[in-house]
Design a binder for this molecule. Structure first.
Ligand SMILES: CC(C)(COP(=O)(O)OP(=O)(O)OC[C@H]1O[C@@H](n2cnc3c(N)ncnc32)[C@H](O)[C@@H]1OP(=O)(O)O)[C@@H](O)C(=O)NCCC(=O)NCCS
Length: 379
């Protein structure tokens, strides 16, 4: 880059937010002042959503009313399910989710109402229905009928129920709920920024979430959890880690799930998930944890990773947690989306509270003042 521009907008502050603070130098993350370590330990995902949307933790009555409101919104329009049955069966779940969310907007008669009241209703709608869409597509593509959502379960428990058709255990619910808490918001990450750009034009919230889903899908962002698991599967067994790592270094490859634009210390979410993965591994098959742990140790001991402050990020160990729970690998990024939609909606509302069109500039570095040449006269 020859101009003064900041490649990838690295370090550029473009707005203020009350939603989350990412302190990359010391590896600390807070949602509206609450440490992620406490939230992962004590909060249920819906409480965290309330915190992000209302800038305060709910009291008991507020929490119960919020939970019930969300639970009632879980059902998808039958027409949307019918349309999903026409998708090619090998459609990636992120593409299916992106398309279904676009359809949700078509079925909402108030989709173009940008008032705070309508925005809140639409946010609830999106948060409640996205798990139903993800679970439905997971079944439809395997030739199975979707399972209707239940209103008596938490969002995490209901998702697992719709996915597998059986009552999840407390340990499974707890693992998914903690995962959802950890991924709910993260400053001005790429997908959140893209959602803010979309609503800054006064477009609608469904369009913004479609934009954000498309952005999250990339392997440099939310797609990394799937790629991280595929890399562990490619390694195959703990005794192959050394050779795989040497090959990666020789070919200047990237370890998926390592490195972060903001964290130059360990991502606190990775610390929590490593611990959970280890505990799950102690109770069952430890192969995937062993591969991930050994690969991480190789990287932490290598000067290339040390010089660049490259640590495991949230996607590295979350891939193993989700795999240990029997979630299909290509559903990992949609699960990320089911959580991050909380942050997207929080930021969309915040953007609209004090909106100005987001429209940066580019330094033009191409040729100037060229003379027109007729088509017939061009080389
Ligand atoms: C997350 C990520 C995109 C951040 O990118 P960024 O801030 O633009 O940083 P860069 O891509 O410029 O990387 C900086 C340096 O570290 C290296 N690097 C970054 N991540 C790396 C990784 N996972 N493995 C090996 N090297 C890596 C780059 O090659 C670059 O080296 P160089 O300075 O010699 O060119 C990047 O770390 C990455 O691709 N990680 C893997 C994908 C991933 O896990 N994404 C999820 C993020 S939550």
């Amino acid at each position: 880059m020859t101009s003064q521009s900041a490649a990838g907008l690295a370090g550029v502050v473009v707005t203020e937010t009350q939603k989350s603070k990412v302190d990359g130098d010391i590896g600390k993350l807070q949602y509206h002042g609450y440490n992620i370590l406490d939230l992962a330990e004590y909060a249920q995902f819906e409480e965290v959503v309330y915190l992000l949307w209302w800038n305060k933790l709910p009291n008991k009555a507020e929490f119960e009313a919020f939970e019930q409101k969300l639970a009632k919104l879980r059902h998808i329009e039958p027409e949307i399910v019918q349309t999903m049955k026409l998708f090619p069966k090998d459609t990636h779940p992120m593409a299916a989710l992106r398309t279904a969310v676009s359809m949700l907007g078509m079925w909402d008669p108030n989709a173009d109402d940008n008032s705070p009241e309508a925005n809140y209703e639409q946010s609830c709608n999106l948060l409640a229905i996205m798990p139903t869409v993800v679970a439905a597509w997971s079944r439809i593509r395997k030739g199975k009928e979707p399972i209707a959502p239940r209103e008596d379960l938490t969002l995490a428990a209901n998702f697992l129920y719709m996915l597998h058709g059986t009552e999840p255990t407390e340990a499974q619910i707890d693992a998914i709920d903690a995962y959802l808490v950890l991924l709910a918001d993260h400053g001005l990450n790429a997908s959140t920024f893209s959602a803010r750009v979309t609503v800054s034009t006064l477009s609608d919230i469904y369009s913004a979430v479609v934009t954000a889903l498309g952005t999250l899908k990339g392997p440099a962002h939310g797609g990394a959890n799937q790629k991280a698991m595929e890399q562990f599967m490619d390694i195959g067994s703990p005794d192959k880690v050394d050779a795989w790592f040497d090959d990666l270094i020789a070919n200047k490859g990237r370890i998926m799930g390592i490195g972060h634009r903001v964290y130059k210390a360990e991502d606190p979410r990775a610390t929590i998930l490593r611990d959970r993965t280890r505990k799950l591994a102690e109770e069952g098959d430890s192969k995937w944890y062993d591969i991930a742990w050994q690969l991480e140790q190789k990287a932490r001991a290598h000067e290339y990773f040390l010089e660049r402050n490259l640590y495991a990020n949230v996607d590295y160990y979350s891939a193993i947690v989700l795999y240990q729970l029997g979630i299909d690998v290509d559903l990992f990024t949609p699960l990320f989306a089911m959580s991050r939609v909380a942050g997207w909606c929080a930021h969309i509302a915040e953007q609209w509270e004090d909106n100005r069109l987001i429209r940066p500039r580019a330094d033009y570095v191409g040729p100037l003042d060229l003379e027109w040449v007729d088509l017939a006269d061009r080389d």
